[in-house]
Design a protein around this ligand. Structure first.
Ligand code: AMP
Length: 139
């Protein structure tokens, strides 16, 4: 069953405009249209996977490979002092465009946005079983 084209596929195919920073065979990067901070960038694989677990290893490698250089460029061009990489998967996780993408969100001395969460406490005996279960399920 074919899915409807995402906004990002429409950008990749040139149907919609974007402020493009970078493009190669597998990846495109452009500025977020509703930036959380100046220079907020989206790094998007051209393969239209709805979440990271569905992305091919080939696209994932290209995505990962592009990141250090893009992060450096965003930092240099904006003068940001730090940045967050954010990657949502699934609506419940805050994903609004179901096409894998990584946010590069610059941080400035006067930035006020936050990604704080309340840390829990690990249960080591449950954690060791869980780590084993996850490890055993990897393909
Ligand atoms: P997420 O909530 O992780 O799915 O992030 C989707 C991001 O895509 C949001 O930060 C939007 O502002 C951004 N976005 C949506 N449409 C466009 C567009 N046409 N060009 C650039 N960014 C977009």
């Amino acid at each position: 069953m074919s899915r409807e084209k995402t906004i990002f596929t429409r950008i990749i195919e040139g149907e919609l405009p974007c402020h493009k920073l970078f493009e190669d065979e597998y990846v495109i990067a452009f500025l977020d249209i509703q930036p959380l901070a100046r220079g907020h960038t989206l790094v998007v694989p051209k393969e239209s996977a709805p979440s990271m677990d569905k992305l091919s290893a080939e696209s994932a490698s290209a995505l990962g490979r592009s990141l250090p250089s893009l992060c450096r460029a965003v930092m240099r061009a904006t003068g940001a002092t730090a940045y967050n990489l954010l990657q949502n998967n699934g609506r419940e996780a805050g994903m609004s465009v179901p096409h894998v993408h990584i946010h590069i969100i610059p941080r400035y001395p006067d930035s006020t946005h936050s990604f704080l969460w309340g840390p829990g406490e690990i249960d080591h005996s449950e954690a060791s079983k869980l780590a084993e279960a996850i490890s055993a399920t990897m393909d």
